[in-house]
Design a protein around this ligand. Structure first.
Ligand code: KG4
Ligand code: ZN
Length: 334
């Protein structure tokens, strides 16, 4: 079954053709980083406008690379939320128009479900039940996952998401935008043992995350004189975030008796983090899987994959045919 996925929840306009939920035939991503960089963050209105410009081009390219005609697509899948509502509406309206004109089903996908399912792409292992650590710019959560269509939240962040903390700290350090990759690069030249940042504890909810204290610790540190080297702050911060994620991931795996782990979301493309979590999982006797970095950051292949599994679960679901009134939801819960 061929699924065309469309993703436009944030600052990436993306389309992908995926075969049977597992094999990406194309994965086209138009990033908008350069238009938001001067503002140090995403400007929603600019994002929506750029999505409108990019989306036809990106979809045509996804079909061309996959060597598939629009008429061969069996199911359309699109991100419905969470995300910037104006940005989401561009992808959703386009997907509705395509599915309606082709007379094919349309599956609305939760962006977070997409991230979690990204571990299915180019991966033949059937490692369920499993734990999913999802670390993105908007969310940081742990899920217990029984199948590609069934997941339950075990823990989440009390304040900032891990990616958000990377972005804010990178901004404070003047490393540019987008912050995550810039901080990872700066950290390579720093001493990760230079600054002993505290590892927070969330009272009463030991699996939950908190990153705002760490962010404040960095801000306070930058007011000190002499100012520490940006590279040392970056390396020490990255080490602390990895330590926080490592501790919660292992505690949750132990508590819920799960030996299979996948890590997903934009922050999971960080090499230092991947190495740290791989080592921790090895030591704990857990099997850990990281999607390819291009499937960790926002993409449409993960949306197509999630759409495939949702459709396969219940192909007669009337919502897949009766989709014209579907609305985008900025804070769509999973
Ligand atoms: O999953 P994603 O692409 O979009 C959301 O759904 O949020 O995640 C984006 C986040 C951003 O905060 C970005 O800075 C972070 O992922 N990120 C990274 C790296 N690449 C992206 N953080 C740390 N290291 C990276 N290499
Ligand atoms: Zn995302």
């Amino acid at each position: 079954m061929l699924v065309l996925g469309i993703e436009s929840s944030c600052d990436e306009t993306a389309a992908a053709v995926v075969l049977d939920g597992k094999k990406p035939l194309s994965n086209v991503i138009a990033s908008q980083h350069e238009i938001h960089a001067p503002y140090g963050g995403i400007v929603p209105e600019l994002a929506s406008r750029r999505h409108v410009e990019n989306i036809p081009v990106v979809i045509r390219e996804a079909l061309r690379v996959a060597d598939v005609e629009l008429g061969q697509i069996d199911v359309f899948a699109v991100t419905r939320g969470p995300g910037l509502v104006g940005a989401l509406l561009v992808g959703l309206s386009t997907a509705k128009a395509l599915a309606w004109s082709e007379g094919k089903p349309l599956v609305a996908v939760n962006h977070l479900h997409g991230h979690a399912v990204a571990a299915e792409l180019d991966n033949d292992e059937q490692n369920y039940p499993r734990l999913c650590l999802l670390v993105s710019g908007g969310h940081t959560s742990i899920y217990s996952v029984d199948s590609p269509v069934s997941m339950e939240a075990l823990a989440s962040t009390r304040d900032d998401a891990a990616g958000e903390a990377f972005d804010k700290v990178a901004k404070m350090l003047g490393l540019g935008y987008p912050g995550g990759p810039a901080l990872e690069k700066a950290a390579e030249k720093g001493d990760e043992y230079k600054i002993p940042f505290p590892v927070p504890n969330v009272k009463g909810r030991p699996l939950d995350f908190s990153f705002s204290g760490l962010k404040t610790a960095v801000r306070n540190l930058l007011h000190k004189r002499p100012a520490p080297k940006a590279e040392d702050v970056a390396a020490s911060f990255q080490k602390t975030v990895t330590e926080i994620l490592r501790a919660k991931m292992l505690a949750a795996a132990k508590q819920f008796g799960l030996k299979e782990i996948v890590v997903a979301g934009g922050v999971a493309s960080n090499r230092y983090l991947r190495n740290g979590l791989q080592k921790a999982a090895d030591e704990a006797g857990c099997n850990i899987f990281f999607p390819e970095p291009v499937f960790c950051t926002d993409n449409a292949a993960m949306i197509a994959s999630a759409g495939f599994f949702l459709y396969k679960e219940n192909p007669d679901d009337v919502r897949f045919r009766d989709f014209l009134a579907l609305d985008a939801v900025a804070n769509l819960p999973l």
